[in-house]
Ligand binder design. Structure first.
Ligand SMILES: NC(=O)c1ccc[n+]([C@@H]2O[C@H](COP(=O)([O-])OP(=O)(O)OC[C@H]3O[C@@H](n4cnc5c(N)ncnc54)[C@H](O)[C@@H]3O)[C@@H](O)[C@H]2O)c1
Length: 452
């Protein structure tokens, strides 16, 4: 169902009318395309506090490779606001606040961003870099935690399709794939997030345009909706994609697999032997496992019979646990592998009529947080989750008009996301260079007000 309000506010009379009436002003988001793969404009690097010199040097290095610098555009680097390149508005601002250790240094955050934030281009990015919280230093912990409130508040007020995210890191090169994602049009619907990046050595793919070349990715529930977009995006990145869906969706699964040069695999993921059948279908092994299949059976708890509870729990959670266990135990998931599960903001915030769905998606978050460190240590596999908010799919098109309209607008970007937004986030987590991103639950929700 197209967002007609967004199209209307893109016209001059629509802009005039909605402004006069004080209605939301969603900006058309700039998304990735092969013709325009980068944000247009300069990258401005700012500093608050006293960052570690090695980290700062590594960061400068990484940003010259990752920042928005399409052909012809300059990459501006300023270590404080007064050095900001004049003329072209910055497409992105990166504030290194890793050296903020006390409340005084927080003043630098204000001093650095206050003069420049207005000039950030539409659909631009603000990325704040923080350090892990120091359990032995409550002044540092307070100042670093303050960055989260700052980031989320700025995200809510910045407008014009611009996003604000916080990355906690200790090693700039390990965070390269994350910064590359956040500083690109691929992260259009990701805002208000706090992402922790570890210190594992990053492996750069041989082919930057096809980082998954030579790898096999399996996407469950891929015949349509978000799963289809994930399959397309992983195929664009070079993966051989196995399109898994229920036998009833065989036609769609086959057509997609053919289009992507992949393979279709039809089975019900809730079958007890699903993991074994996947392993048997992939004798060469698997590199990327995307748990996307999901169902809803909404009813308030008082009206919910067990028949509406169990299928949701089976598809969304139990089968995710079973197949993950089976594919790790059989060694089908190779070292360097990636698991990305699909949670939901309903699992973080709760949602009336969705006790079953909310429970299953919160379960996914528990699975990710517990398994991630062990899977990395024992199998060399990372485990993360995406938590979509309101995404324009058949699932959300079925919501009654007024509730749908409210769901769409109740986020900082005042619009629903597209399946490709979840797909791009998944592709970043599946990237060979994202080995230091583990145990994260990243919301793709335009900074939804729900559960924020
Ligand atoms: N659309 C949204 O706004 C939204 C928001 C939050 C989370 N999500 C989650 O994202 C995922 C995809 O959502 P969508 O909107 O694309 O849904 P969708 O209903 O359009 O697609 C789901 C796919 O999963 C398949 N599937 C269902 N049960 C299966 C089973 N037992 N075995 C194999 N395949 C099965 C379906 O056949 C379908 O192709 C789901 O996990 C959903 O809960 C969606």
């Amino acid at each position: 169902m197209a967002d007609r309000y967004l199209s209307f506010t893109g016209t001059a009379p629509g802009r005039f009318l909605t402004r006069r009436l004080g209605l939301p002003q969603p900006a058309a988001l700039r998304r990735w395309s092969p013709e325009r793969p980068s944000l247009d404009g300069t990258l401005l690097r700012l500093v608050a506090g006293k960052p570690d010199p090695d980290l700062a040097a590594g960061l400068a290095d990484v940003l010259t490779r990752t920042g928005p610098h399409p052909s012809g555009a300059q990459t501006g680097t300023a270590v404080d606001a007064s050095d900001a390149p004049s003329g072209q508005p910055p497409a992105a601002v990166v504030l290194d606040a890793t050296g903020v250790r006390d409340v005084d240094a927080l003043g630098d955050v204000h001093a650095a961003l206050h003069p420049v934030v207005r000039s950030v281009a539409a659909s631009g990015r603000v990325v704040v870099l923080g350090a892990p919280l120091d359990a032995a230093d409550h002044h540092q912990a307070a100042a670093q935690q303050a960055l989260e409130g700052f980031t989320r508040s700025l995200g809510k007020e910045i407008g014009r399709g611009r996003t604000v995210n916080l990355v906690r890191l200790t090693d700039a090169s390990a965070a390269e794939s994350t910064l590359r994602f956040l500083l690109s049009p691929k992260s259009a619907y990701v805002s208000g997030q706090v992402i922790h990046v570890g210190a594992d050595a990053a492996t750069s793919p041989e082919d930057r345009d096809r980082p998954l070349a030579g790898r096999t990715a399996l996407v469950t529930g891929a015949a349509r909706g978000i799963g289809e977009a994930v399959a397309e995006t992983l195929a664009r990145d070079g993966a051989h994609v196995v399109v898994l869906d229920v036998p009833a969706a065989e036609k769609g699964a086959r057509a997609l697999a053919e289009r992507l040069g992949g393979t279709a695999l039809t089975l019900d993921i809730t079958a007890a032997d699903a993991g074994g059948r996947i392993a048997a279908a992939l004798p060469g092994g698997l590199d990327v496992l995307i748990h996307n299949a999901g169902v809803t059976r909404d009813r308030r708890l008082v009206n919910m019979p067990a028949e509406r509870w169990s299928p949701v729990m089976e598809v969304n959670l139990a089968s995710v646990l079973r197949t993950t266990d089976a594919l790790l135990a059989s060694g089908t998931l190779r070292p360097g592998g990636r698991i990305v599960a699909t949670a939901s903001i309903a699992g973080l915030a709760g949602n009336a009529g969705q006790t079953n769905y909310g429970a299953s998606k919160a379960g996914v978050v528990g699975l990710v947080r517990s398994l991630a460190p062990r899977a990395l240590e024992e199998h060399g596999v990372t485990v993360n989750a995406v938590a979509p908010g309101f995404i324009e799919t058949r699932m959300t098109a079925a919501i009654p008009l007024f509730i749908r309209e409210a769901g769409r607008r109740m986020n900082s970007l005042a619009q629903g996301g597209l399946p490709v937004d979840v797909a791009e986030t998944t592709a970043w987590l599946a990237h060979p260079a994202s080995g230091a991103v583990n145990g994260q639950v990243v919301r793709v929700c335009g900074q939804s007000l729900l559960g924020a």
